[in-house]
Design a protein around this ligand. Structure first.
Ligand code: DGL
Length: 282
């Protein structure tokens, strides 16, 4: 039986993580849950985030019984991962900002962290930086308008609309003279190309897709499913998307929301665009 991997985010941000793994391992079943009823997480306090995430995951497990759940949301991961692992027996893979690889790749030891308000201010992130980037200056930037734009409008708007918010973000990192910017909010993977276009050549963006996919494969391989010996781990975002758009939409790859009253048509289009079957509410 093919394993089922569920991806969870406050909204659509986790989709690039699902696509990355699906391109490496297409024979798994994929389920996506966007907690749109509670979007955005990044400006909520920790206790609220914990409560809504635990409740959504409880419903997800009851409905789908996935084999692995990827918390494809940095904010939810930094706040809730230990609680999820304590409460449920299913293996979880969290998505945390790629501070460690950024710190090791940085030449000038100045890195940027572009994430939600909650992620940039959480003590989990401070510990991550202290542990893995103690030798770097880390410059943090958050803007909830960018996250909301991506969630609600990005796929029905002109790119230039988001530039109003992206240019100040890009300028912040340019002025701080960083050479790597960690995309510490999954939503930002959708604007990765636009951001790199605003940066000079020397500034690179970095995210956690590679490590997360590898971790899922490790877990399912321990469950006795031989993983593909995959070449090309480092598939670029553009390549990921090209493959996604050619892949066949399969009934077993489902996209769920937690509210069908919010942006229903928009979410249906998003599911379609990323070859997932819109399957209603969990
Ligand atoms: N995509 C989420 C993250 O990675 C958070 C977006 C939000 O709900 O604020 O942090």
């Amino acid at each position: 039986m093919n394993k089922t991997i569920a991806f969870f985010d406050s909204g659509i941000g986790g989709i690039p993580y699902l696509i990355h793994l699906k391109n490496i391992k297409p024979d798994l079943n994929y389920v996506y849950l966007a907690d749109n009823a509670n979007f955005p997480y990044g400006i909520k306090n920790g206790e609220v985030i914990k409560e809504i995430v635990l409740s959504a995951i409880d419903r997800l497990i009851k409905k789908i019984t996935p084999d692995v759940i990827v918390i494809a949301c940095n904010t939810a991961t930094v706040v809730t991962l230990p609680y999820l692992r304590e409460k449920f027996t299913i293996p979880f893979v969290g998505v945390v900002p790629a501070v460690k690889p950024a710190a090791s790749m940085s030449e000038n030891k100045r890195i940027g962290l572009f994430a939600t308000n909650k992620t940039v201010s959480d003590s989990y992130t401070d510990n991550l930086i202290a542990q893995f980037a103690g030798n770097c200056e880390v410059h943090k930037y958050a803007d909830p308008n960018i996250v909301s734009f991506i969630e609600n409008k990005m796929f029905e708007s002109e790119n230039k609309e988001i530039l109003e918010f992206l240019i100040p973000a890009a300028n912040f990192f340019i002025e701080k003279d960083v050479d790597h910017v960690v995309l510490g909010c999954t939503h930002f993977l959708f604007i990765h190309d636009m951001l790199e276009n605003l940066f000079p050549e020397k500034i690179k963006t970095i995210d956690s897709r590679e490590g997360v996919s590898r971790q899922v494969l490790r877990i399912i391989s321990d469950m006795d499913v031989a993983p593909h010996a995959s070449q090309g781990w480092r598939s670029a975002w553009g390549k990921d998307m090209a493959v996604a758009s050619q892949s066949v939409k399969r009934d077993r790859d489902c996209f769920y929301v937690t509210s069908s009253n919010i942006n229903n048509d928009y979410y249906k289009k998003i599911a379609d665009r990323f070859m997932l079957k819109y399957s209603g509410i969990i």
